[in-house]
Write a protein that binds this ligand. Structure first.
Ligand SMILES: C[S@@+](CC[C@H](N)C(=O)[O-])C[C@H]1O[C@@H](n2cnc3c(N)ncnc32)[C@H](O)[C@@H]1O
Length: 301
């Protein structure tokens, strides 16, 4: 049998993924081929242009990966990695796959830390609900003087986070803390009232908002998705209250939320005493991340 070329494989795999309803079939086909051939995205295009052929074992590996992607197993679970800003993070079953929107959350943290006076002491950041450690590691990488504390309740997610911290030079400045981020964790006791920025991408989906995409619905952990309460905001509001106790006066909270949740979430946070509440769009223009400043008044009990 004539061996399959990279170009032919790209077309066949992309066609099967398109039929299965995968959102970006050609990009996914290219990334699966790159995974099998140990090539980067651009190198796959070059291999296709040069007429490179797959070995039998590579073709078999590609077939198995394609079959699973057709079943809508997330691409990142098949390749084992997810790109996030400058990082390549290990991900898989049991941990939330970091999303491009959260790169904006990290950017807000970096920008707000950059506004501090040059004379200020080294910044302290707390990332609540850290998952794979994506936001915590990105901030530690891009703000090299920062110390970051990353809180996560899921033991499975913490395994990925610990691995990602160990693989990244900036991981030495990130402390991973096990526990419920709503609680006054002993590891954070000394930081109460002294934190410069709290980042948080909490679970926020309401119970009637079960995601349509099988990659999310069937593969992201439920603990990472559903925020509790009728509107999904129980956990985000509780986490904002915890953030207020951690932050120094003039410290900032950066929190992700679902499109459409800003009115209810901002009203709840205004009631907690936050100042300068502002909403910001994601790359698609949807309302997705808020910033709020701790104004140093006593938090309501
Ligand atoms: C939407 S994911 C975000 C993960 C990561 N920050 C990111 O952006 O990729 C939410 C994470 O919060 C964790 N989580 C849920 N409830 C929590 C709680 N009460 N305390 C700490 N972590 C929690 C979940 O296990 C999950 O890893």
């Amino acid at each position: 049998m004539t061996p399959l070329t990279v170009g032919q494989a790209l077309r066949v795999v992309a066609g099967r993924l398109e039929t299965a309803g995968v959102a970006a079939p050609l990009a996914d086909a290219s990334l699966l081929l790159g995974h099998v051939l140990c090539l980067g995205f651009g190198e796959v295009a070059a291999a296709a242009a040069l007429g490179r052929a797959l070995t039998e074992s590579q073709a078999a590996d590609l077939e198995e990966l394609t079959r699973r992607r057709v079943e809508r197993v997330p691409l990142q679970h098949l390749t084992g990695v997810a790109g996030f800003r400058t990082l390549t993070l290990r991900v898989g079953p049991g941990v939330f796959v970091p999303r491009p929107e959260s790169e904006i959350t990290a950017q807000w943290a970096i920008d707000l830390l950059g506004r501090r006076p040059r004379s200020a002491s080294a910044p302290v950041v707390v990332d609540l609900c850290t998952g794979s450690g994506a936001i915590a590691l990105a901030v530690a990488t891009e703000v090299p003087e920062a110390t970051v504390y990353a809180v996560e309740v899921s033991p499975q997610a913490r395994e990925y986070a610990a691995d990602n911290l160990a693989r990244c030079p900036a991981g030495a400045r990130v402390r991973l803390i096990a526990g419920d981020a709503r609680e006054a964790l002993p590891e954070l006791a000394a930081l109460e009232g002294a934190v410069d920025v709290v980042t948080c991408n909490p679970p926020y989906i309401p119970p009637d908002g079960v995601p349509v995409d099988p990659e999310v619905r069937d593969h992201d952990p439920p603990l990472a998705l559903y925020g509790g309460g009728p509107d999904g905001l129980e956990l985000p509001v509780a986490l904002a209250a915890r953030a207020r106790r951690l932050l120094a006066p003039d410290g900032w909270l950066i929190m992700e939320h679902g499109d459409g949740q800003w009115p209810a979430l901002s009203a709840a946070l205004a009631g907690q005493g936050w100042a300068e509440l502002a909403d910001h769009p994601d790359l698609a223009g949807r309302s997705r991340v808020l910033t709020a400043r701790e104004q140093g008044l006593p938090a309501p009990r």
